[in-house]
Design a protein around this ligand. Structure first.
Ligand code: SAH
Length: 560
């Protein structure tokens, strides 16, 4: 039983919501708070106190007996924003309770136990059907006991701190095995069942055939992702009903598409009826995979249904994640979520350092030094193609002078790709400087390592002639010192010597520095590779120490 104690009206309202959600599990303790807490502590396995943690600590201190005996205690603050696991995180189940309470009340669970704070994903929250001892295996993971991951089917999972061998097992399988005592089975949606049926085939016959095929092949119905058939059978009631009862979508393909699939058992009958020599096998195989159960017919006379079962490999997931310019609070929540979702992280070592604390335990980190760009891109794609959830990281936006393009140039269509935008150096610098990007602007990288200088120069000239605000990336390094003066010279041919120029080094990082100078006064020697240089257009002004490009200057050209 979970004892509920509150003091204020807001606390009582939250308490009542929890009590209404869990009528069987909870009991409300009314009356003076001290008495209520003491009574609940004596009578319940767990407490949820809608009280300040300090108040609860003072009330409970004299009552504490020991880790093994004390109830688990969760405190919820007055605003209902946090569910704090205060006492008995593991033994008393308070960590799990804090999460559950959080889910009901929309509060953030606050867990300070080391292992939990390490942020393990719940085995029951991975989005896959599961069987077996989730509690025992989760506890083993939390307690740092060795848990082995046996992935019979490669599937993109979040990182889990698993060992090569262990007394506990997480098994990713579509086979119809039962979970051992210290085992959790995760059911990936890896099976596709192709079905064919004559007009009017009864649902029982279709469903019976599918179930029999799975049973005899030793496969779990919980891993069936979809039923597949030919377009002409999209409305065939027996097939539609079978999909419904299995709780999976029905996917259909055109006869032409199916006819093009090579199958072991083509036949004349469907060719005449719907225009493809195979329905069940072809529909199961059309998106690739391994044929586990070749076409079979139902036992009915005459047989009105056929089916075939294919195992489709898990589609890996490649998230290309921009980390922003450096400051943690300029890293988007979406980027943080992707980092925690990936089991493999690929990136430049200095960027990995920037976010290492956000990673879940068990994340495989593949870091490399400067320069190895194409290799990083290839590694990330290869890992995704093996069925992993991969995050490829870059500073700023990962699509701007960064990893997204080499990675996507490598990527085939057998993986899912997700981009997470980031705050670029140009934007971060712009915010520091004022509003230099208020009108049309471009970024130009001055690195001529991969781009010939004459191409760069042509673009600088075009930007100069078209009066664009220009942000120079990679402006100057030890070996490349003449490019920036040269580029500024080209701009100066079209802009006043007094045109404002913003120089921002390490935008949003601890040692950020910024200054606003002019085209004539800028000393290129003060610029390095941690810097972006933003040159204003002919309308940009230094106003009260801030660089401002007006949004429009139609009035300058408009004769009215
Ligand atoms: N993808 C990044 C750019 C990488 S190219 C982005 O979207 O911002 C590397 C160049 O970016 C550096 O040479 C420097 O010119 C610039 N840069 C990156 N981070 C910066 C920061 N925090 N402050 C200033 N310039 C930065």
């Amino acid at each position: 039983m979970i004892g509920l104690i509150s003091a204020t009206a807001a606390g009582a309202a939250a308490r009542d919501r929890l009590a209404a959600a869990w009528p069987e599990r909870t009991r409300v303790y009314e009356g003076p708070v001290g008495q209520a807490v003491r009574a609940a502590f004596a009578e319940c396995e767990q407490l949820v106190c809608f009280l300040a943690t300090g108040a609860v600590v003072r009330l409970l201190a004299p009552l504490l007996a020991g880790k093994a005996a004390d109830p688990g205690v969760v405190c919820v603050d007055e605003g209902g924003r946090f569910a704090v696991s205060l006492l008995g995180g593991h033994g008393g189940g308070a960590n799990a309770l804090a999460r559950e309470v959080g889910a009901v009340l929309g509060a953030e669970p606050v867990v300070t136990t080391a292992t939990d704070a390490a942020g393990l994903p719940g085995l029951d929250t991975l989005g896959l059907p599961y069987e077996g001892s989730v509690a025992a295996v989760s506890r083993a993971l939390l307690d740092g006991e060795p848990v082995a991951l046996e992935a019979e089917v490669a599937w993109p999972l979040p990182p889990l701190p698993v060992a090569a061998e262990g007394a506990y097992t997480i098994r990713v399988t579509d086979r119809a095995v039962t979970a051992g005592e210290r085992e959790v089975l995760l059911r990936p949606p890896s099976l596709v069942v192709g079905v064919g049926a004559s007009k009017g085939a009864p649902a029982e016959e279709v469903l019976g055939l599918v179930e029999e095929a799975l049973r005899e092949a030793g496969l779990s119905p919980r891993s069936v992702a979809e039923l597949a058939t030919v377009d002409a059978k999209a409305g065939e009631p027996g097939i539609v009903a079978a999909a419904e009862r299995l709780g999976v979508p029905l996917v259909t393909y055109s006869a032409g598409e199916l006819a093009a699939v090579e199958v072991p058992n083509p036949s004349e009958a469907p060719l005449a009826a719907v225009g493809t020599p195979s329905v069940a096998e072809a529909a199961a195989l059309v998106r690739g995979g391994e044929l586990l159960v070749p076409k079979r017919k139902s036992g009915a006379r005459p047989a009105m249904a056929t089916c075939a079962v294919v195992r489709r490999p898990g589609r890996g997931r490649l998230a290309v994640v921009g980390l922003g310019p450096g400051a943690r609070d300029l890293l988007t929540p979406r980027a943080a979520a992707e980092l925690r979702r990936a089991s493999v992280l690929v990136g430049l070592d200095q960027y990995v350092d920037q976010i290492r604390d956000l990673l879940r335990p068990g994340t495989r980190v593949l870091e490399s030094g400067l320069g190895a760009e194409e290799e990083r891109a290839r590694t990330a794609v290869a890992q995704a193609r093996e069925g992993h959830a991969v995050a490829l990281i870059g500073s700023g936006d990962a699509g701007v002078y960064a990893m997204a393009s080499p990675a996507l140039a490598e990527a085939s269509d057998d993986i899912d790709v997700v981009g997470v935008p980031g705050v670029t150096a140009a934007l971060a610098a712009g915010a520091v400087l004022g509003a230099p990007l208020g009108h049309d602007h471009v970024s130009i990288s001055l690195s001529d390592l991969h781009t010939p200088w004459d191409v760069i120069e042509r673009r600088v000239r075009a930007a100069a002639e078209s009066d664009l605000v220009v942000t120079f990336y990679n402006p100057r390094s030890r070996g490349r010192d003449w490019q920036l003066p040269k580029a500024l010279g080209i701009l100066a041919e079209h802009r006043d010597a007094g045109t404002p120029v913003g120089v921002v080094r390490n935008a949003s990082r601890a040692d950020e520095s910024a200054r606003i100078t002019t085209l004539a006064a800028l000393d290129p020697a003060t610029v390095d590779m941690m810097t972006v240089v933003t040159v204003g257009n002919t309308a940009t002004r230094n106003i009260a120490g801030r660089m401002v490009t007006p949004r429009g200057y139609r009035w300058q050209e408009d004769p009215r």
